[in-house]
Design a binder for this molecule. Structure first.
Ligand SMILES: [Zn+2]
Length: 404
């Protein structure tokens, strides 16, 4: 028995998402989240542009796009995850996860991966820890279980190891997953029912309300879209006060991908993701977060490591622009030949790592993530132009073996 209804004590911004107020609530949620997180060192708000998973257009990217490997394990670096902030919805309330909470979630994914589990099982672990501890290593229990400790509120009954084990994110998660592995019929159960077999709550559906948030957190920190349910992401951005500052190379060092050469994987067709981290906005019409009006969004937005993260060339080509555009958006444009051009926006003045005329390889770092121009927080805005016309980068990349 380790479930605790009463432990859900996050100081969430209480915004009721009545359907008729949805749009206003989304905007308010981002503003509120920004003020909660405080400003980052190099972002106006610390949050990237709005993601609207509730609209038909935005949803398609999350549920219709599919996952090339629906069961493959997710992977996330705890240090890189700790630099992010994810605002999500639980029971209609906006709840923010950041810093140590996201690094704990990365440890949970790591323990699940080490146990040989698939992404759904890993996210069941994240869901359970959200429900038990809001992803914090609690050094206390509650009235129903005063001896419960840690991310999963494991009891002092011998089943969950020593006090130190129960207080260790990776070890306690490993013990949770060992117990989950023994639930051999779990694929036929709902995520909450599977977690219930391990945790033994009074209500088998206790964790159901945490599932969308668990998907949102797991997808964001791993940079993978899983098709395991629409993650209820309100916004994603760089965390406040990131430990190693907010300049070129800081996030790169945390991601362990620093240095020259190819920084990310390249598909067999020669294409690479232009940035790491979660997709935070899709191509199409959307409500502009600062201009407060409907506009066409000409590309996709990626978290791309937040302030100081890495921007990668999507395909081999020649740099034809490396300067701010007329609106102040730091811009790199690469001509790939055959009428295909890609654009990368929002670098700061010191964020250009290539100049006009440079020849680049697919996956090579060309820039540093920033928030110059029409941006509300450090992120990468990425566009694809075919014969001069903008196309949906998600579809374009998906056809070339690069998915989100
Ligand atoms: Zn954008």
């Amino acid at each position: 028995m380790s479930g605790r209804n009463g432990l859900w004590l996050v100081a969430a911004v209480a915004i009721l998402l009545a359907p008729g107020l949805l749009l206003g609530a989304l905007v308010a949620a981002t503003i509120a989240s920004s003020s909660l997180a405080g400003a980052t060192a190099c972002a106006t708000s610390g949050f990237s542009e709005l993601l609207s998973p509730f609209t038909g257009g935005g949803d398609a990217a999350f549920t219709g796009g599919g996952d090339a490997m629906p069961s493959a394990a997710l992977e996330a670096d705890p240090a890189a995850a700790a630099k992010l902030t994810v605002s999500t919805l639980i029971d209609g309330e906006v709840v923010e996860f950041t810093g140590v909470q996201l690094s704990n979630a990365a440890h949970i994914l790591g323990a699940g991966r080490a146990a040989g589990l698939v992404s759904r099982d890993q996210i069941i672990g994240v869901m359970t820890a959200i429900g038990e501890s809001t992803l914090r290593v609690l050094d206390h229990g509650d009235a129903a279980g005063p001896d419960s400790r840690g991310l999963f509120q494991q009891r002092d009954n011998g089943a969950w190891g020593s006090y130190a084990d129960r207080m260790d994110p990776q070890v306690s998660a490993g013990n949770f997953f060992s117990a989950l592995l023994a639930v051999t019929e779990r694929a036929a159960l709902t995520p909450s029912e599977a977690a219930h077999r391990v945790q033994g709550n009074a209500d088998p559906q206790h964790y159901t309300k945490y599932w969308p948030a668990a998907v949102a957190v797991s997808e964001t920190i791993s940079g993978r879209i899983t098709s395991l349910g629409a993650g209820a992401i309100v916004s994603v951005g760089a965390a406040a006060g990131s430990a190693s500052g907010c300049g070129p190379g800081s996030a790169a060092a945390a991601l362990g991908t620093g240095g020259a050469g190819v920084s990310t994987s390249v598909s067999p067709s020669g294409w690479a993701s232009p940035g790491s981290g979660g997709l935070t906005d899709t191509f199409g019409n959307r409500f502009h977060p600062t201009e407060l009006e409907w506009r066409m969004h000409n590309g996709i937005d990626l978290a791309a490591g937040g302030c100081g993260g890495q921007i990668w060339a999507a395909q081999a080509g020649t740099v034809v622009e490396a300067a701010p555009d007329s609106s102040g958006n730091g811009t790199i444009r690469i001509d790939h030949g055959a009428g295909v051009v890609t654009k990368y926006l929002h670098m700061e003045a010191d964020g250009y790592l290539v100049g006009v005329g440079a020849t680049v390889a697919a996956g090579q770092q060309i820039g540093v993530t920033g928030t110059s121009g029409q941006s509300t927080g450090c992120h990468l805005h990425f566009e694809v132009l075919v014969e001069g016309s903008r196309v949906d980068p998600l579809l374009f990349l998906a056809e070339r073996g690069v998915g989100y």
